[in-house]
Design a protein around this ligand. Structure first.
Ligand SMILES: [Zn+2]
Length: 453
């Protein structure tokens, strides 16, 4: 096992108060030492990486995404619509997904994320119709090949259009099939140990796509198998109306009713909570993944990050699906989070440190992980390194602030569990031109199938 000193960074954000201006020492998959300014390591070093041109952060952690949606970016029928109409325009297209499309979409999204400094990505996949029952198995295989840490959330939809749901009938599954497959995936892939590279969480798509019974059964299985739970909640006001109409309850009351108001749960979006609900979510230890670009694109609203954090909610960051972003760039998303939250709270109350915290420790905690999200002794060696040599940074002074203010787009180096996965701005082992060609072909095949061609 080699011992690596990532030496004397231009700037470093550790996520804690320890001085690491002299750099980080990594051995195996862990960080074993932080070096204070002008100090040298106490360990014997095998090789040194000169970081004098790099801004270092913990590997960024994406807490919400739908990888398959990279195939329907800027889709004509879905432009300029809000969530429900956007969804009903895209479901018939997505219903034509096949295994090859799923694999290449997952690979492209993960590569795009890694290039932007992401070391842990969660994906929420809920389309598993006949012929695509193994979508998540394919995703696990792809992430393992790339060497990226991943949390696959087994999505589900059991309430079709004919029962008052949004998805077309042939895209949904029976509840028994969902339950059986959830248990199979957990047993086959979920790693409970510290440093886990592959995890499974259970994730009904939203309260308007599954039944009450399935929500309750999901909570029961998650507790029995000791895994996390995830769903979309309070993304739009339409959804709140739907919940009140169908269940006679506001979304947070419904969550409590079905056994989800606890620290196993992290929610995507979480925009439309009142202050009483925020207090309850905080007390319960629920997590929320803020998804700023998607929220702006679909005009869903602005999440109350500061109030949520003050109440004890674990606030993380996600890029959301690539049909409502329409990118998968984590460092760009951190900037969006900072700016969108400033619109709500003012510039003095939202700093680049806040936004970086959401994208690192916040996302980790929201997804039940304490071994990632921070540069500290004993934590996993998940590290993002950015160079400020692009034209956009010229003339900048504070390197860490410049990372967000000048709008960094790409990491120069990324380490996951002690292994370099990105070097010189390229994912090792991936021919990006060829990947883009394969992905473009899959996207056009999907659009043609949707048109019945
Ligand atoms: Zn989503």
């Amino acid at each position: 096992m080699e011992t690596i000193w990532i030496k004397n960074p231009l700037a470093i954000y550790t996520g804690n108060t320890q001085d690491a201006q002299g750099g980080i020492v990594v051995k195996g998959n862990q960080i074993i030492e932080l070096i204070a300014q002008h100090q040298t390591p106490s360990h014997t070093i095998d090789y040194v990486v000169d970081a004098s041109q790099h801004v270092i952060t913990p590997g960024l952690i994406n807490a919400h995404h739908h990888f398959y949606q990279t195939l329907t970016r800027a889709y004509p029928d879905a432009l300029n619509k809000e969530l429900f109409h956007w969804l009903t325009s895209l479901y018939p297209v997505w219903a034509n997904l096949d295994e090859e499309m799923m694999s290449v979409a997952t690979e492209l999204a993960l590569v795009e994320l890694m290039l932007s400094g992401c070391t842990t990505a969660s994906d929420h996949h809920y389309l598993l119709p006949n012929g695509l029952e193994h979508a998540i198995d394919l995703q696990v295989e792809t992430a393992q090949q790339l060497g990226v840490r991943a949390i696959f959330t087994r999505g589900s939809m059991s309430l079709g259009e004919d029962e008052g749901g949004l998805p077309p009938r042939h895209t949904i599954q029976t509840e028994q099939a969902i339950v059986d497959d959830s248990q199979r995936l957990i047993r086959q892939y979920h790693q409970h140990h510290e440093g886990a590279m592959t995890q499974i969480a259970l994730a009904p798509c939203s309260p308007f796509s599954v039944t009450t019974d399935l929500m309750k059964e999901t909570a029961r299985i998650a507790s029995q198998e000791n895994v996390m739970m995830h769903t979309h909640l309070c993304e739009t006001l339409d959804e709140e109306d739907f919940c009140v109409e169908r269940f006679g309850l506001r979304p947070v009351d419904y969550l409590e009713d079905v056994g989800w108001l606890n620290d196993r749960t992290w929610l995507a979006h979480g925009i439309h909570f009142n202050s009483e609900e925020i207090g309850r979510l905080g007390k319960a230890g629920v997590g929320v993944s803020h998804c700023p670009t998607s929220n702006m694109m679909l005009a869903s609203g602005i999440c109350k990050n500061n109030e949520l954090e003050a109440a004890g909610v674990k606030v993380g960051l996600g890029v959301d699906g690539s049909a409502s972003n329409d990118g998968s760039n984590m460092i760009a998303e951190v900037r969006m989070a900072m700016y969108l939250q400033r619109l709500r709270y003012g510039s003095a109350n939202v700093s680049h440190f806040d936004a970086l915290r959401w994208a690192t420790k916040g996302s980790a905690q929201a997804m039940g992980r304490s071994d990632i999200g921070e540069l500290a002794i004993g934590k996993q060696a998940d590290i993002a390194m950015f160079k400020l040599d692009d034209i956009r940074f010229s003339g900048s002074h504070d390197p860490l602030a410049a990372l967000l203010l000048c709008g960094a787009q790409q990491a120069d180096r990324v380490m996951v569990a002690g292994h370099w996965r990105v070097l010189n701005g390229e994912v090792i082992g991936v021919d990006i031109r060829q990947l883009i060609e394969r992905h473009k072909r899959a996207a056009s095949r999907l659009a043609k199938k949707a048109l019945g061609e």
